[in-house]
Structure formats: C-alpha cells, structure tokens
Design a protein around this ligand. Structure first.
Ligand code: ZN
Length: 146
C-alpha cells in the first residue's frame, strides 16, 4: 500500500518534472552521472548572498533518478547553502535507510525511501543530491561560473 503511494509520487514527478530546464548565465553548472544505471543529471544553480535563488535540472535516465532531481529542485529553491547541505544529509540518510526521515518537512521526498531495499536504485535516488553537493562546493569556493 505504502509502496504504491511512493510509486505514484515518483511517477508524477517523472512525468511532470518540476524545475526542468536550464538557466541563463551567470550560473553554476554541475553534471552528475550514475554509471550503474546510465542516469545523467545536469544541475544549473544561481546562488546569491548565500542563498539558492534559482535551480533547474536536465538530463535523462530512469524514473527514480529524474523524479529525485525534480523533488530536489522543488525542495532547495530559496534555501541557504547551509540549509541545502542539511537537507542533502537528511535525504541521503533517508534513502539509505538510516532514518525514517521527517515526513512533514520532506514532503514528496519521503517517497524516495521506497528504494532503500534496492541498493542499485539507491544510486539512482541519490544522484541529484550528490550532484547538488558538488554544485554547492563550487558555490562556496566561488570557482568559475559558466
Ligand atoms: Zn537509475
């Protein structure tokens, strides 16, 4: 029952992705790749005054990888870099089955917990979040924006 609900949420994000597209420069671009499944997520971020003003993604891959990216863009827009980093840790712990997660604050993201019993799919679900982690490092070091 719960698994079906999770699946519905994931398919909804896959079919109607939020935050899909690219940003105009100046922006931070970070590519992520999951070789075990062939998933690709390219993130565009605009960070101003320590806050994520805009975020978009594009790429291709399985429904879990793309739905996860969709949920991620929705969740981190408007967040400070610290808040985004805290959220990444929360989501990674949830997906790996280390916590039950906070249903209230995570919203649709809790659906990703459905993959915790499938180690191969964990990489699909975490791809967008690891990619965001790398993008945030770029934002902090102020390294070249494209
Ligand atoms: Zn995948």
């Amino acid at each position: 029952m719960l698994d079906e609900l999770y699946q519905d949420i994931i398919l909804d994000h896959y079919r109607h992705p939020r935050g899909r597209g690219e940003l105009e420069p100046p922006k931070i671009t970070q590519e992520g790749f999951n070789p075990s499944c062939g998933d690709e997520v390219i993130l565009d971020l605009r960070v101003q005054d320590g806050r994520i003003q805009e975020v978009r993604f594009h790429g291709r891959g399985c429904s879990i990888s793309q739905a996860s990216a969709s949920m991620m863009t929705e969740a981190v827009k408007g967040k400070t870099l610290e808040e985004a980093r805290a959220l990444i840790q929360q989501v990674l712990a949830l997906v790996k089955g280390e916590t039950e997660g906070d249903i209230v604050t995570l919203g649709d993201i809790v659906a990703l917990a459905g993959v915790r019993n499938f180690p191969v799919r964990v990489k699909c679900a975490t791809l967008a979040w690891h990619t965001l982690e790398e993008a945030l490092k770029q934002a902090e070091t102020g390294s070249p924006t494209v």
